[in-house]
Design a protein around this ligand. Sequence first.
Ligand SMILES: NC(=O)C1=CN([C@@H]2O[C@H](COP(=O)(O)OP(=O)(O)OC[C@H]3O[C@@H](n4cnc5c(N)ncnc54)[C@H](OP(=O)(O)O)[C@@H]3O)[C@@H](O)[C@H]2O)C=CC1
Ligand SMILES: CC1=C(/C=C/C(C)=C/C=C/C(C)=C/C=O)C(C)(C)CCC1
Length: 299
Amino acid sequence: APKIRKMLSSGVCTSKVQLPGKVAIVTGANTGIGKETAKDLAQRGARVYLACRDVEKGELVANEIQATTGNNQVLVRKLDLADTKSIRAFAKDFLAEEKHLHILINNAGVMMCPYSKTADGFEMHIGVNHLGHFLLTHLLLGKLRDSAPSRVVNVSSLAHHLGRIHFHNLQGEKFYSAGLAYCHSKLANILFTQELARRLKGSGVTTYSVHPGTVDSDLIRHSSLMRWMWQLFFLFIKTPQQGAQTSLYCALTEGIESLSGSHFSDCHLAWVSSQGRNETIARRLWDVSCDLLGLPMDW
Ligand SMILES: NC(=O)C1=CN([C@@H]2O[C@H](COP(=O)(O)OP(=O)(O)OC[C@H]3O[C@@H](n4cnc5c(N)ncnc54)[C@H](OP(=O)(O)O)[C@@H]3O)[C@@H](O)[C@H]2O)C=CC1
Ligand SMILES: CC1=C(/C=C/C(C)=C/C=C/C(C)=C/C=O)C(C)(C)CCC1
């Protein structure tokens, strides 16, 4: 079974880049793809911040990563993307603590949650998956610019193909489907990546969106159908370590700077839906996101 799984899950980050002296943040690093991404960055010698909503879970993972990699520069900080106060507190402390930020991996995510809202009243999927990371990136951008060359990787999904940005129903108050809400938020990740790339042109900060593959993780916690499918089709499902490869590829591979704004899957450029390539929607989503978060539009 491991051999068949390996054969089916293509895409390996073969970069030999080492990261001594480099600083990285991985959101949602206490489990799944984020944990494996953080472990690989630590293995390469980076100082890695595990930005987790549950600090206790994060500490257990940090200890595990330190023990397996021998890198004791693996630090846990509280970050709840469902609360802008927590995001601001995380960023304030990080900016005070660190001189540099070379790699930001916006990895954390929720899928198929029953209708619920963040502390600031945003629908949970758009709030955590898009707006939370949008605010975090905004707050850290000065540090990323000062540390250039630096990178922002946004973990999106193939599910973006089913997504639409319904500006009149962004918070799902008029109609709501848990599955589609996830797809919309993953489309927002792609549109954010493209608009960010346009705005960062020439700055030395580049950004990429990623589909990690279909991965065995806690993401499917809200869907018993998917848990069942994952068990039945386990040979087609990537391990979290395999799922981390495309994030790592985009964070590390030399020479992809000119592809800033692009979408990757299995460590290759990947096709984006027509909605995901629409510059008008990307610009409008940017402005609406700034408006919702009380940010200036020209950052
Ligand atoms: N698994 C898959 O097949 C696919 C995954 N993806 C994407 O990959 C990314 C990683 O998912 P994956 O590893 O699979 O899923 P997991 O559920 O295993 O990991 C998600 C991580 O996000 C964290 N998280 C959730 N909500 C918040 C929040 N409010 N604040 C901070 N952190 C939060 C979780 O923390 P906690 O443990 O405390 O819940 C967890 O650490 C996601 O963006 C997902 O959309 C995309 C395509 C397919
Ligand atoms: C149809 C089908 C599958 C289902 C894939 C699904 C349902 C993927 C969902 C992906 C998710 C949850 C993405 C998250 O962003 C399997 C199990 C691969 C086996 C082969 C046939």
